[in-house]
Design a protein around this ligand. Structure first.
Ligand SMILES: *Cc1c(COP(=O)(O)O)cnc(C)c1O
Length: 413
């Protein structure tokens, strides 16, 4: 696949990582275009001729290169803000293959989405539905809507990425959905299209998805009795990837088990992580090695502001040397960044042979890596590169120091 050792040297497709580091400096995000396309096609092909739309969840990685590559192969998109909507339009996406999710859509976002003709709003509450209706009325339009229902199933994932329980802020309780659908059905400014649910992220089993689907199908039947006929089901994203040795979901089995249940209803999925997660790595340099009686620290030039997942979710990223034969001090290392926070680590207790100046790759960093990065500690955001075969392209420039304060003003009196 995209990242592999060739003669003990780590490559992105056919390009040695060391060459990229020489050209672009450290730290660096590297993406494999082949992997991104392959992962998207896995979803799309599994549907065969069943009506479907694979809407890549932009928040996983919103780099314009990633979006344009996906737009070219016909991907739909799931956006959660005006910023994401403008990104996909710039990247050449077809708005009519786009769904708009997100917990609190603003008037401006709703107006713009209607203007460009998105496929559907995934509505999060009665209040939001009334707002959408109002904006559509002002524009003399009909807004296509699905209601995001909360099926109250446990996705059995990290609590921060579990979204389908009653205690979560997302969507409306599935038992409260009917009056909201009735209101939408009776409004001349709303068009009922489907039902939406998204129960969490990094799921490693199919069963929670199918439990949620069963509940959604009960709602389809109840609505049908009221003569409210939905034409699609949006089952969200959440398919997990391999970070360590966890079991993962077989995409074909997952999609065929959905299709077994849904008759001829069109199915929308919103995979994010499963498209880009394993298609990207984060490469960082060992600055210093520091060992005391019971700890070995490798102080690296990458930090929690560049790759937040380890600090935020206790997430695991495999760490690989870019030269498998590199010799150094063999120990169990904690990889820690230069930021003034104890939580600033990218990996803990990893057996590696390290020397100062070595480059290390944090694998599976393509999703929720660069998009969650910040300027904390006034660190410029890192560069990003996309590889295809033996070709590579800079797809985001490294920020400069000047970029850090471009939009700030001093008080001068
Ligand atoms: C985050 C999110 C997704 C994507 O989740 P992944 O786990 O990356 O597949 C899809 N839909 C919604 C509504 C989301 O919030």
């Amino acid at each position: 696949m995209g990242f592999s050792y060739q003669n003990h040297i780590l490559h992105a497709e056919s390009v040695a990582i060391a060459d990229l580091m020489k050209t672009y400096g450290s730290p660096l995000y590297v993406y494999s275009r082949t992997d991104i396309e392959y992962n998207w096609h896995l979803f799309s092909h599994a549907f065969g001729i069943h009506p479907h739309l694979v809407c890549y969840a932009v928040k996983a990685n919103s780099n314009l290169a990633v979006l344009s590559v996906l737009a070219k192969i016909g991907s739909g998109f799931d956006v959660v803000s005006n910023g994401e909507l403008e990104r996909i339009l710039l990247a050449g996406a077809d708005a009519s293959r786009c769904v708009f999710s997100g917990v609190a859509k603003t008037n401006i976002e709703i107006k713009r989405a209607l203007e460009v003709g998105i496929f559907c709003f995934n509505v999060e509450s009665m209040a939001e539905m009334i707002r959408i209706e109002q904006v559509a009325k002002e524009m003399s339009m009909q807004a296509p809507i699905s209601l995001r229902v909360n099926p109250d199933v446990d996705a059995k994932t990290h609590p921060y990425i579990s979204t389908g329980l009653k205690e979560n802020k997302f969507g409306v309780d599935i038992d409260d959905a009917i009056p909201i659908y009735k209101m939408a059905y009776n409004s001349p400014y709303l068009k009922v299209k489907g039902i939406d649910c998204h129960i969490g992220s990094q799921l490693t089993k199919i069963s929670p998805f199918l439990d949620a689907l069963d509940k959604v199908l009960e709602l389809v039947a109840k609505l049908g009795k009221l003569n409210i006929h939905v034409t699609h089901l949006d089952l969200g994203g959440g398919v997990g990837i391999k970070y360590d040795n966890e079991q993962t979901i077989d995409i074909n089995a997952y999609i065929s088990s959905i299709l077994d249940k849904v008759g001829s209803l069109k199915i929308i999925l919103e995979p994010g992580r499963a498209i880009v997660g394993n298609a990207g790595i984060f490469v960082t340099k060992v600055e210093f090695l520091k060992q005391n009686s019971d700890k070995s620290f490798a102080i690296i030039d990458g930090a929690m502001n560049d790759l937040l997942r380890p600090s935020f979710y206790q997430a695991y990223h495999q760490v690989l040397p870019i030269d498998e034969n590199a010799e150094g001090i063999d120990a169990h290392w904690d990889l820690v960044g230069p930021i003034c926070e104890t939580g600033d680590f990218l990996a803990k207790n990893r057996r590696l042979s390290l020397s100062e100046g070595d480059y290390l790759a944090l694998m599976s960093a393509g999703a929720y890596g660069s998009t969650m990065s910040s300027n904390y500690n006034s660190r410029p955001r890192v560069a990003e590169v996309m590889v295809l075969g033996s070709q590579y392209t800079l797809v985001r420039e490294r920020e400069t120091i000047q970029d850090l304060f471009n939009k700030e003003y001093m008080i001068n009196d």
